[in-house]
Ligand binder design. Structure first.
Ligand SMILES: [Zn+2]
Length: 405
């Protein structure tokens, strides 16, 4: 009798433990990534972009003194941004949209839903239209934050695709983002959310940041507010819905019905160096800039469902197979298991109990490439930990799930 008691206790303990682990997983990865964001790295990008530090572009030493539209500095800046993104291992898909206009774009393919995308973006062009146009706050602050996002996310997988975009010619009328958004809309691109960063470095009022958006996109804003609290970012957020016409590149996307928000300091006009040659690196409150960057990256991390990069191929970010965590989990009595097959093959998904006995073959057939879902019904099974695995060719992945009745 005593032995049985201990065994039962062990199972209950395991079950509770698994439950806690699962409940924490989503935010755990957000916290892990958040801890990898470095204020020194962020500042280093910003110093490079604003001419404080020299840069090496095309193997030559140079300085970015300005990045205004149609300028040589703008070309230099676009090359600098592109080289960084390429060095991080991303696929580059930049767009030259006029003779001078150039959007720098990098992509990370999602493992489970490669066709569904989230965008983190900022404009890199500056004001005023003269050679010395450092644009530290407007918008070196947003550009460096997107580069930092690209740096910290490079070694992870995500279920959804991520686009890192740096727009040109925002100051001349949102030209770069308009071009991208129109093209995306016309080709039916499935963009789930856009986080735009423009002027996030000047601390006007005690760590106050505005989320500027429209009615249609407010759910995305609520996610940002939620992450600010859960991650203890330390910003005071003010949600402005439909209140101001003076937005930034997020408006180009909102026009086509995409869900987009802008993060920015109180108001552009509240920055005394707005569109002046005095918009320099020393005007930035680095702690405040860091907090905004952390908020943006944490929200993105959460949205794209990041995971450790265990299935990464050498030459690409995309695995041939992928078995997703079941949902819901814990469950009672049914749960859904999603998986990806990239190559036609025989796929087997089996469920085992904690004793290692096979309960069921959920899938056992030849399948063509695609993303699939299968339901597991545990109506006649007792509460406890179960395992399910996907076996295809030389791939085998096992996940745990928890049935609580
Ligand atoms: Zn701006």
């Amino acid at each position: 009798m005593k032995n049985i008691c201990i065994f039962v206790l062990f199972i209950i303990f395991t079950a509770v433990f698994q439950y806690e682990v699962q409940a924490q997983t989503e935010l755990e990865i957000v916290k892990k990534v958040s801890n990898e964001i470095q204020i020194d790295s962020l500042n280093s990008f910003l110093k490079d972009l604003t001419g404080v530090n020299p840069v090496i572009i095309d193997g030559k030493l140079d300085t970015i003194t300005g990045r205004y539209a149609y300028s040589e500095g703008g070309v230099l800046a676009s090359k600098y941004i592109e080289e960084n993104l390429r060095n991080f291992g991303y696929k580059i898909s930049s767009q030259a949209f006029t003779e001078y206009g150039y959007n720098v774009i990098a992509e990370k393919s999602g493992i489970l839903y490669p066709e569904k995308k989230y965008i983190i973006c900022a404009h890199y062009d500056t004001m005023p239209y003269i050679e010395l146009s450092p644009g530290a706050d407007d918008n070196g602050s947003g550009t460096s934050a997107v580069l930092e996002a690209a740096r910290v996310l490079k070694d992870y997988n995500s279920n959804y695709s991520i686009i890192f975009a740096l727009w040109d010619e925002e100051e001349t009328g949102l030209e770069g983002s308009k071009y991208f958004a129109k093209k995306a809309f016309e080709s039916g691109e499935d963009i789930l959310g856009i986080i735009n960063l423009d002027m996030i470095g000047y601390n006007v009022n005690d760590n106050l940041t505005v989320i500027l958006t429209v009615e249609d996109s407010k759910e995305l804003a609520y996610t940002v507010i939620d992450i600010n609290e859960k991650m203890d970012v330390g910003l005071t957020l003010q949600l402005d819905i439909n209140e101001r016409p003076d937005g930034s590149d997020e408006m180009s996307f909102q026009e086509y019905g995409y869900k987009a928000i802008l993060l920015e300091e109180l108001m552009p006009r509240s920055y005394p160096h707005y569109h002046q040659i005095t918009d320099t690196f020393d005007k930035i409150d680095h702690e405040y800039h860091f907090k905004n960057t952390r908020l943006a990256i944490s929200t993105l991390t959460y949205l794209v469902e990041l995971s450790e990069a265990t299935f990464v191929n050498e030459d690409n970010f995309v695995a041939d197979y992928f078995l997703k965590q079941n949902y819901p989990n814990p469950f009672n009595p049914t749960t859904t298991i999603s998986y990806l097959v990239r190559e036609r093959s025989n796929v087997n998904i089996e469920v085992y109990n904690i004793m290692g006995q096979k309960i069921k073959d959920l899938v056992n057939q030849e399948m063509k490439s695609g993303t699939y879902e299968v339901e597991f019904d545990a109506t006649n099974l007792p509460s406890g930990v179960y395992f399910y695995n996907l076996i295809a060719k030389d791939y085998k992945q096992t996940n745990k799930m928890l049935l609580i009745k």
